[in-house]
Design a protein around this ligand. Structure first.
Ligand code: SAH
Length: 225
């Protein structure tokens, strides 16, 4: 799987992909992540990527040409399954959408900044838009990193124990049960006996019951499904 992330602030994306699970996924060749600096596709000495909004008002708008140039040059190299604009008014990211994206091969994620991208990019180049929640970030970079993270961990082979993504919250319309590690006693709190029993069937049943209880309390709407 391959992600191409388009941004005017590539520095914001240096960290998230170079540690832990994402780094290992890259090393194993299971995912490729490329970051494209809009300035490399901008014209003029100043390599301008934004300008004032027509009609006035505060906030700059990302220029059409650098974005279009970047998308077009990527499209010349390969076919993309999805060209996605990160946007607070897009489809809300959830586990179902992450599962769907994890089956794709090539995805472009466009991160906006300032007031966003010129509407004509959305009209001519963007087929889907994703929001990571009903709040506004300063840029789409962190949102794009969230999408990459949640999708990549679903690719078979990325997590060391493949089943561990399947037992996470939302995969089966439930939230996850509580987890414990050593020591078995901490500040008067004991790890539930069943987890120390070594009886796999009982442990599985206990986890299932706990997951149901938690879901009832925290996300009751999920159980209706
Ligand atoms: N003026 C826009 C917000 C721009 S925020 C509005 O009111 O809708 C700047 C950029 O941050 C956006 O272009 C988008 O790429 C990104 N962004 C902000 N909030 C986001 C969210 N919740 N999900 C995904 N991307 C977001």
């Amino acid at each position: 799987m391959r992600f191409d992330i388009i941004t005017c602030l590539p520095g914001l994306l240096q960290g998230p992909f170079n540690d832990s699970i994402l780094q290992r996924a890259k090393n194993k060749g299971l995912v490729e992540i490329y970051i494209h600096d809009l300035r490399d596709y901008a014209k003029g000495k100043h390599r301008q990527v934004d300008d004032y909004a027509y009609g006035g008002g505060a906030g700059m708008v990302l220029l059409v040409e650098p974005v279009a140039n970047c998308i077009n040059s990527l499209k010349l190299e390969r076919e993309y399954d999805e060209i996605i604009y990160m946007s607070p008014d897009g489809q809300l990211l959830d586990q179902k959408l992450a599962n769907k994206l994890s089956l794709k091969k090539n995805i472009i994620l466009l991160a906006g900044h300032y007031k966003g991208v010129d509407e004509r990019i959305r009209t001519n180049y963007i087929a889907s838009e994703i929001s990571i929640g009903d709040y506004v970030l300063s840029g789409g970079e962190l949102a794009a990193a969230v999408v990459v993270d949640t999708v990549v961990r679903l690719i078979p082979g990325v997590l060391s124990n493949e089943s561990s993504a399947l037992t996470d919250s939302y995969q089966d319309d439930m939230v996850a049960p509580p987890v414990y590690t050593r020591p078995s006693e901490f500040e008067g709190l004991q790890v539930p006996d069943v987890l120390l029993s070594g009886n796999e069937k009982m442990i599985e049943e206990w986890r299932f019951e706990q997951a149901i209880e938690r879901t009832k309390k925290r996300r009751p709407g999920l159980l209706d499904k």
